[in-house]
Design a protein around this ligand. Structure first.
Ligand code: ATP
Ligand code: MG
Length: 436
């Protein structure tokens, strides 16, 4: 993308309405704009980040055996009356009436709808287990939308739903999803700790929240620092057999981690003092095992092997895709701006042309730009160098390829690593080899 032609409206001033760093930086870097309270438009650079997160979430869901579908945002109230949640959900649910006076709602979650899809299609035990997921906008009429996309009213969620024949199967699926989540967060370049959690309005018996540490987080959390060090992408952690997944779950559970609601002072006292971590955290995902909480009232059953009837055991698994954009920034920024992990950055690098119109600068910038196949950002604006440096730091590109007239004449550029701040003078060829 050529910055001179792009719609990336960066701001020099700090927007007054933004209380936390990620909200300020998302506005200043031109990623989002608010269109109504808690409702945001995603601008080109912000959308690239959102899509990168979606892609990684999708790849890991697929690898864990979940199948992608796409359910609508609007749902009929009748389904929710069947589960009893239409009245129970309260004012967070946006209720809508169509021209035929039928009650609809903008889905805050999809347990009812997915159970309806399953009960209409799945008739035999042979067709289970199944895990279905989608990445779709949700609406919750939050009392206090705030912190930008972190607590919006409309937000993008990945939600998966599992159907198993028995408790053992459901727990195995729960563990598989937990591993998929740890792999997902690691690939996103963010450290999320799995913590025993309360189940809230989704209900159920077993739940974990995935928490990113940040002083501006809304939950108080307590955990053993060992959980920060596990590498979930290595082969020790595999989906393999149920025994492999049980071993993974046991390992996780052997280290203390809990939200305030589940905090157990007696167990906490046993944690090695040097390993104790306590602080604020942002919930970026939550998984639930809730058995027959929805399959029972919605009368979903399948024929068993001996002519018996089986009511499937269910779970649901959410990731806050749009909240993650803010959470990643909360965990990764400095005074100058965002520091994107490479896997989610909108552009892998920014090429800064410090003297637009200088033949050597223009030539080397165009050469670099074409090597990225248009995926890099080329700052070809007719602006002072200082403004370009500030915007590149603000936007948080992992690499900056800085092209000034003196170096350009000799085929040299300066390569800056945004995270470390290290700058190195080198041939363009070497800079490209490093970045690509
Ligand atoms: P919270 O406690 O933060 O209100 P929740 O527990 O109600 O969230 P879940 O039903 O667990 O939310 O939804 C799954 C994920 O969706 C959450 O872990 C979170 O990352 C994200 N999420 C929930 N509410 C919002 C919101 N208002 N804005 C942005 N993301 C949200
Ligand atoms: Mg939750």
């Amino acid at each position: 993308m050529r910055l001179s032609q792009s719609f990336v409206p960066t701001l020099k001033e700090t927007p007054a309405e933004a209380q936390i760093a990620s909200h300020r930086l998302m506005l200043r870097a031109g990623l989002i704009r608010q269109t109504a309270s808690g409702i945001y438009a995603w601008l080109p650079a912000g959308l690239l980040v959102l899509r990168n997160i979606e892609r990684i979430v999708r790849e890991e869901q697929d690898a864990a055996g979940a199948q992608e579908i796409l359910m609508p945002t609007l749902q009929t109230a009748d389904l929710w009356r069947e589960s009893g949640r239409y009245d129970a959900y309260g004012p967070e649910m946006l209720r809508i009436r169509d021209r035929h006076e039928r009650d609809l709602l903008y889905g805050p979650t999809n347990e009812e709808m997915v159970t309806d899809l399953a009960r209409n299609a799945i008739k035999s035990y042979r067709e289970l287990p199944q895990v279905l997921y989608h990445i779709q906008w949700k609406f919750r009429d939050e009392m206090r939308p705030r912190f930008g996309v972190m607590r919006g009213r409309e937000f993008l969620m990945k939600d998966a739903y599992s159907f198993d024949l028995d408790y053992e199967g459901a727990v195995n699926t729960y563990r598989r999803m937990m591993l998929a989540y740890m792999r997902t967060f690691q690939r996103l370049g963010v450290r999320a700790i799995p913590m025993l959690a309360d189940t809230g309005p989704i209900g159920g018996d077993l739940s974990h929240e995935f928490i990113v540490l940040a002083p501006t987080g809304e939950s108080q959390v307590f955990y053993d620092a060992t959980l920060e060090q596990l590498d979930y992408l290595q082969s020790d952690f595999s989906y393999g057999t149920p025994a492999d997944l049980a071993a993974f779950h046991e390992l996780i559970n052997s280290y203390y981690a809990a939200t305030e609601e589940k905090h157990d002072l007696a167990r906490w006292a046993e944690v090695d003092a040097a390993q104790k971590r306590e602080g604020r955290g942002i919930e970026v995902g939550q998984i639930f095992y809730f058995g027959r909480k929805y399959s029972d009232p919605l009368k979903f059953s399948v024929a068993g092997p001996d002519g018996d009837t089986i009511v499937p055991e269910m779970g649901s698994y959410g990731i806050g895709v749009s909240r993650l954009v803010g959470a990643i920034i909360e965990a990764s920024h400095d005074a100058a701006g965002i520091i994107w992990p490479a896997s989610v950055a909108p552009y892998p690098a920014c090429i800064l042309n410090l003297r637009v119109g200088d033949a050597a600068c223009d030539a080397i910038c165009e050469e670099a730009y074409s090597r990225f196949g248009g995926r890099a950002l080329l700052d070809d604006r007719d602006e002072r160098a200082g403004g370009k440096f500030a915007d590149a730091d603000l936007m948080g590109h992992p690499w900056q390829i800085i092209v000034g007239p003196r170096g350009a004449a000799a085929g040299r550029v300066e390569l800056k690593n945004r995270a470390t701040g290290a700058r190195e003078d080198m041939a363009l060829r070497d800079a490209l080899a490093r970045v690509l």
